[in-house]
Design a binder for this molecule. Structure first.
Ligand code: GTP
Ligand code: SPV
Ligand code: MN
Length: 600
């Protein structure tokens, strides 16, 4: 029975039921009893059923579940992701586009009767704290219990979302998902921004099917933000508290699998801990940003959990992320230790379980298997963990007004060229710096890994409209914020030496860079003006405790601005900008010219 009187919701659900023809429709109220019953059902499925989930060790990992997706369905599929705006130009050159009428016509037969013999779950959810002026409601229809259980962790899911929507509003995002077919050629992740609608079919992987996340909170929301005067960004949000000072909030946009979760949950090195520095996590993947009554930019995390990369997560690299996964967490495509039904992944520790099941489901001797160069966990295996589990979750996590942002950081994986950190001259230059983000590709999306590609603002796969218009929106927001705008920085944790080794220790030691950034925001420290922006003066990045690793020579390399490489970068950017035609904001073209001049 419907959980809302809202006729817009009910009419749409009726239409989708008529289209997909499920045997049964279950409205998700969010109660523990309902979740428990669904968990029982999905764990009782027979071995070999591709929807099956497993309960993990109830003592070591209470409330935790395990699931494997099909080997061809383990990451986002950018080539099968579409933005179906009415005008092709509005999707822009960085998105796949199809005419919405054509796309509806193509997908309608795929959805026709697709839920026959199955149950449709109707999931009401809020992106953002219930009642927050920045929050928005979505409804996802799915035939997957895995999706229901993940949405419970990742969003504020349940009947409260309908109460928040009210009985008459039409302002909700309509998401339809079916896992139906295993054929990747029939997989579509489709957005109709002008209809507030998302249709996703024939995938079961997180980013393709948890429709509140990338589909709504970035692709649809970025379009809404453009029209409504706010921003939806692929950014973590963290709070940095120095003793005796107000907490400073920082957003950072890095491409997928480039370190957002790790930075958001950073544990400061001893020297900072001794001084009483603390880091708090507000979000690890998505930020919604809007000017507040005082004219500053405020951010909320629209999510309620972390869909984090498992490999590489360990007690040393990211204690807080690991701790977040110790209860009520869903693990996807990691390996199982069959001796005690616990989980394992590359980089967790040095002891792969002997009695293991690898991520594709094959029973193997984990020690021999990994010694032979195989991976027990998929490189994009993930945990879905409740935010409330995080030991350093911010006391402001549920603040409906969000937190005021002092700095925005861009970054990517760059073996060369980009220094450890630099500050832009101003917001407009910072927008240029964001537009110029490029990064080596990762396992978060299907396709080759390690290929350098442009990923402006880390939004290449997530911007729901024309990238040129998106940059124009950034510039407009800067004008609106004026001198209250956050300062904009760029970082690179991934610089390499001739042998391909990272020369910056990263992880907790990134605190040393954050400290410089905050000091710059507070006007406490001078900087070196260079052609590309402001760089730290010699000695201003504190390396106390890591002097052996980061020698003065290494620091010189980390902070080098190589004119030849940067001149190449400029001509590369000129090429990249061409595709945006007259939608490229003039101010950005001018920034590129000025950078070129400064390099001469
Ligand atoms: P998405 O969830 O895909 O958006 O990714 P993310 O940006 O949250 O990335 P995450 O923090 O999960 O990091 C992904 C990978 O980068 C992991 O394998 C980490 O071990 C590695 N990584 C994170 N921070 C650092 C760092 O400071 N230095 C180095 N060398 N690697 C890092
Ligand atoms: C990313 O790929 O940037 C993620 C994971 O955060 S997914 O939800 O799959 O998009
Ligand atoms: Mn992400």
């Amino acid at each position: 029975m419907s959980l809302t009187k809202n006729p817009n919701v009910n009419k749409w659900v009726d239409e989708m039921v008529a289209l997909t023809k499920p045997d049964k429709v279950v409205w998700i109220d969010g109660s523990q009893a309902q979740l428990d019953a669904l968990t029982d059902e999905v764990c009782a499925l027979p071995e070999g059923n591709r929807d099956k989930m497993y309960r993990l060790n109830e003592e070591k990992l209470p409330g935790c579940l395990y699931h494997r997706t099909l080997p061809n369905d383990v990451a986002r599929v950018e080539d099968r992701t579409f933005i179906c705006s009415r005008n092709k130009e509005d999707a822009g050159p960085t998105n796949n586009w199809c005419d919405p009428k054509e796309m509806y016509a193509k997908l309608t037969p795929l959805f026709d009767g697709v839920m026959k013999g199955r149950t449709m779950y109707v999931i009401p959810y809020s992106m953002g704290p219930i009642g927050s002026p920045l929050a928005k409601v979505g409804v996802e229809l799915t035939d997957s219990i895995y999706v229901v259980l993940n949405m419970h962790i990742m969003t504020r899911m349940g009947v409260a979302a309908f109460e928040n929507l009210g009985d008459t509003s039409n302002d909700f995002v309509r998401g339809l998902h079916s896992k139906a077919d295993v054929d990747p050629e029939k997989r579509y992740i489709v957005h109709f921004p002008e209809d507030n609608t998302i249709w996703s079919i024939n995938s079961a992987y997180g980013g393709n099917v948890l429709l509140g996340k990338k589909c709504f909170a970035l692709r649809i929301a970025s379009f809404q933000g453009k029209n409504e005067g706010w921003m939806a960004e692929h950014m973590l949000i963290l709070g940095l508290k120095k003793p005796g000072k107000e907490t400073k909030y920082i957003c950072a946009a890095f491409p997928s699998a480039c370190g957002k979760t790790n930075l958001a949950m950073l544990i400061p090195p001893e020297l900072y801990k001794e001084q009483g520095y603390e880091v708090f996590t507000v979000g690890d993947d998505i930020a919604w940003l809007k000017p507040g009554p005082d004219g500053r930019l405020y951010a909320i995390n629209p999510e309620n959990g972390f869909f984090g990369v498992a490999p590489g997560t360990n007690a040393k690299s990211n204690y807080n992320a690991l701790a977040s996964t110790r209860k009520n967490t869903i693990f996807t495509n990691v390996a199982i230790n069959n001796d005690d039904m616990t989980v394992w992944w590359e980089g967790l520790d040095k002891n792969p379980p002997e009695n293991a099941t690898e991520w594709k489901g094959e029973k193997v001797n984990g020690k021999e298997f990994t010694a032979a160069g195989n991976k027990l966990a998929h490189p994009n295996s993930r945990f879905t963990a409740p935010a409330e589990n995080c030991p350093c979750i911010s006391p402001e996590f549920n603040n409906p007004q969000g937190v005021p942002i002092s700095a925005i950081i861009f970054g990517g994986r760059r073996a060369a060229t980009t220094p450890l950190v630099y500050q832009s001259f101003d917001w407009t230059h910072g927008t240029y710096v964001g537009s110029a983000v490029s990064s080596e590709t990762t396992a978060a999306a299907t396709g080759a890994v390690g290929v350098l590609r442009h990923d402006p603002m880390a939004m290449k796969p997530f911007c729901g409209y024309h990238m040129g218009d998106y940059w124009a929106h950034w510039l407009e927001m800067g004008e609106k914020l004026g001198d209250k705008a956050p300062k904009i920085f760029n970082v690179n944790w991934f610089k390499q030496d001739e042998n391909g080794h990272f020369i910056w220790p990263g992880f907790g030691d990134n605190m040393r860079v954050l400290d410089w950034i905050v000091k710059r925001c507070d006007g406490e420290i001078d900087a070196e003006e260079t052609a590309i922006g402001y760089l730290p003066k010699k000695g201003d990045i504190n390396v106390s405790g890591i002097e052996d690793e980061v020698t003065p020579e290494i620091m010189d390399k980390l902070l080098a601005v190589d004119k030849d490489l940067w001149t190449k970068e400029v001509s590369e950017m000129r090429e990249f900008y061409k595709q945006f035609g007259d939608r490229l904001p003039k101010a950005l073209a001018a920034e590129l010219d000025m950078l070129e001049d400064r390099l001469k």
